[in-house]
Design a protein around this ligand. Structure first.
Ligand code: GLN
Length: 499
């Protein structure tokens, strides 16, 4: 049951792009290879909540016709199979946010990012599992089932976009889309040894994304290489009149910047992110080696300080529940999704539908958010958190005048065991310790594979200035090409199911 190294589904996006144009294989064959991989391994990994096989094969056939007629050959996503996180609306395909309250919801429209992919002739393989409403860091908060890490099935893939990252790492798709509100693209990318970028807030349209924390929600690609990530990001970026927070700023052709020399780049190591305490020895070593490699490549590395970043998690876990409590108010048993059958009055439709439909984490966030926003507490919590957020943002801006990019770990440890942290929500919130600052500031940040500790993946985070994705990707690419970590793949035989 081993996955063949040279099968079509294990190719990168740029490799498939070339192969399709040179007619080495068709989109239908490529799509079928991904579907076969899903059939073989997804009963163990559980990356998908919906596989839209028929639609995918139809879209692949359409792409093949276009290729035969030499139409749209310049479109980078043409004919390429993608897995889409299940918080992004897909017309006529179930979109559940992995919550029971939306278990049967079929959207009448596509999210802008999905529309872009379809317009290019892309192939939507299905919807990827995630923590319900993207609340979490392990994908265990999915109301349906947890996703397993392809590197060790007894461990979590990270979250909340764990299905997207696991599907990409296990070659069940060529690339995937995730969302990063406070780490949900970067964190699972690191745990699964794939590349994931959180773009600058406002770079990619959020239209059609089931909102979590509207002021920090972003959509980002998860892919098998930095080049692939750069290609997808460029295509999904841009102004969208349906999302007024999107920027009109020019989209750089990221590909052109990838190979630039990095010897003039100034890299900052925020000292608050490099404390010995709580850091696993193996992860520290891998991270140190990565930094040494960057130095050897000529980058100038110096220690910097972001003193208020220590409050980023606390600040995030006030602002997020506040916005979540407002955004989830629309799920009332009337407008969308599940409606309780046991209600005797309108009020009971609301209360029972929400009680029966939401999982524990969504309820926890609604309660914390409602509390923090209520009269008397608003000033003490929400307003205070917003002030701290502004301080964090200013500090980041100041440091990014001194250095070009910031380097930090993604996590202090390797992927943990399924069930290890589920009984302690605070422990799970602390998983975001290296993630929240970028989210609070709204800057771009990438996670790239930087090695292994005890045979489990470790990721490196590179954060950059607003709309400076090109430099983030440049450093990531040069590092990736020098070290080649991204080429390592998990062995997908069932014997890697460790107890
Ligand atoms: N782990 C964070 C949370 O639970 C991040 C989630 C996200 O980015 N969607 O809020």
């Amino acid at each position: 049951m081993k996955n063949s190294k040279n099968s079509l589904n294990s190719l990168t996006l740029s490799e498939t792009h070339n192969g399709l144009r040179k007619k080495k294989f068709s989109s239908s064959e490529l799509t079928q290879a991904c579907l076969t991989q899903i059939e073989k391994f997804d009963d163990k990994i559980k990356a998908f909540v919906t596989v839209s096989k028929e639609e995918a094969l139809k879209q692949a056939d359409m792409a093949d016709r276009k290729i035969a007629k030499k139409e749209d050959l310049d479109k980078p996503l043409l004919g390429i199979p993608v897995a889409v996180k299940d918080v992004l609306c897909t017309e006529n395909i179930k979109t559940t946010a992995c919550s029971n309250i939306l278990a049967n919801f079929i959207p009448p429209y596509d999210a802008t990012v999905v529309k872009i992919i379809k317009r290019q002739g892309g192939v939507i393989l299905g919807k990827a599992n995630c923590d319900a409403f993207a609340h979490g860091a392990s994908t265990e908060n999915s109301d349906f089932f947890p996703t397993h890490n392809p590197w060790d099935l007894s461990r979590v893939p990270g979250g909340s976009s764990g299905g997207s990252a696991a599907a990409t790492a296990a070659d069940m798709c060529i690339y995937s889309l995730g969302t990063d509100t406070g780490g949900s693209v970067r964190f699972p990318a690191a745990f699964c040894s794939v590349v994931g970028i959180r773009p600058t807030y406002g770079r990619v349209s959020r239209y059609g994304l089931i909102a979590m924390t509207s002021s920090t929600d972003t959509i980002g690609p998860i892919a098998k290489s930095v080049l692939d990530t750069a290609i997808v990001l460029k295509e999904i970026s841009g102004k969208d009149e349906k999302d007024s927070t999107t920027s009109i700023k020019l989209i750089d052709d990221y590909k052109k910047y990838l190979n630039r020399p990095i010897k003039d780049l100034k890299l900052g190591l925020p000292k608050e992110f490099f404390v010995e305490d709580g850091m696993e020895e193996g992860v520290r070593k891998v991270t140190d080696d990565a930094i040494k490699t960057l130095e050897r490549l000529g980058a100038k590395v110096k220690t910097v300080s972001l003193p208020h970043s220590q409050y980023a998690v606390a600040c995030y876990y006030i602002i997020t529940p506040c916005e979540v409590s407002a955004n989830l108010a629309r799920f009332d048993g009337i407008k969308y999704g599940y409606s309780s059958k046991n209600a005797d009055s309108l009020l009971e439709v609301y209360t029972k539908s929400r009680k029966e439909g939401f999982g524990a984490e969504a309820k926890r966030r609604i309660m914390i958010g409602t509390y923090a926003l209520s009269a008397g507490y608003y000033d003490a919590y929400y307003l205070q958190a917003q002030k701290v957020r502004t301080v964090i943002k200013k500090e980041v801006e100041e440091v990014l005048r001194e250095v070009d990019l910031l380097i930090t770990p993604v996590s202090s440890h390797v992927p943990f065991k399924i069930g290890e942290k589920t009984s302690d929500p605070l422990q799970m919130y602390l998983e975001d310790i290296f993630m929240s600052a970028a989210a609070m500031a709204g800057i771009p940040a990438i996670s790239i594979p930087c090695g292994f500790s005890e045979d489990l993946p470790v990721g490196l985070q590179i954060m950059g200035n607003y709309f400076d994705e090109k430099r983030v990707l440049n450093l990531a690419y040069v590092y990736e090409q020098t070290t080649g970590w991204y080429k390592r793949k998990p062995k997908l035989d069932t014997s890697n199911l460790k107890s």
